[in-house]
Design a protein. Structure first.
Length: 188
């Protein structure tokens, strides 16, 4: 759908990376939904953060909303299918333990895969985004002996390409709608 590249989202990766290059980011791109509706679909009510400080920020973006999670529960990543009801949603998870991408349309999983293990992809259309993956220089079926230079930035660009939703630095700098996630995981 679009021509986003890894360079398009390097700035966002840097926002969520530490001094040793470890990234901790949960991001979701949702086509044609307002920030309010996107939060509602994942069970988050706008308001101040709870005791944990964990929550989701919903940024109005070109073509829809981008959700960024603060915390480690993976609410944005794990609830991508309900986000996609009547539209399309893509989510990226990049943590010390997992680096994954998922894409759903109309409440159905189209494809999901690890950023370092594309050959283990699943879904109703696991190869639908293959041309974009190739254009982004991602490792398909272990055809490259090395891992991609910037798989998280490439996955964010893939999310934009799949959904048509673009998050610019200006969108990210603008006020976002925020809501706590403590109620979703009360054992914290």
């Amino acid at each position: 759908m679009g021509n986003a590249t890894a360079a398009t989202y390097e700035w966002l990766c840097q926002e969520f990376s530490d001094d040793v290059g470890e990234t901790w980011l949960f991001a979701g791109f949702v086509r044609n939904l307002s920030p309010e509706n996107a939060l509602r679909r994942i069970g988050v009510t706008p308001g101040p953060l709870g005791e944990s400080g964990f929550g989701v920020m919903a940024y109005a973006a070109d073509g829809g909303t981008v959700l960024i999670e603060y915390g480690w529960a993976g609410v944005v990543y794990n609830r991508d299918t309900p986000l996609s009801e009547g539209t399309a949603a893509a989510a990226v998870r990049a943590t010390v333990n997992n680096d994954d991408f998922t894409y759903s349309v109309g409440g159905r999983l189209v494809t999901t895969f690890g950023l370092y293990s594309y050959r283990f992809r699943e879904g109703s259309g696991p190869d639908l985004l293959q041309a974009d993956l190739r254009a982004l220089g991602m490792n398909l079926d272990d055809e490259c002996p090395e891992f991609p230079d910037d798989p998280v930035s490439s996955a964010l660009a893939l999310a934009e390409r799949a959904t048509g939703v673009h998050l610019s630095r200006a969108h990210y700098a603008a006020p976002a709608l925020i809501g706590p996630t403590d109620h979703l995981y009360p054992s914290w």
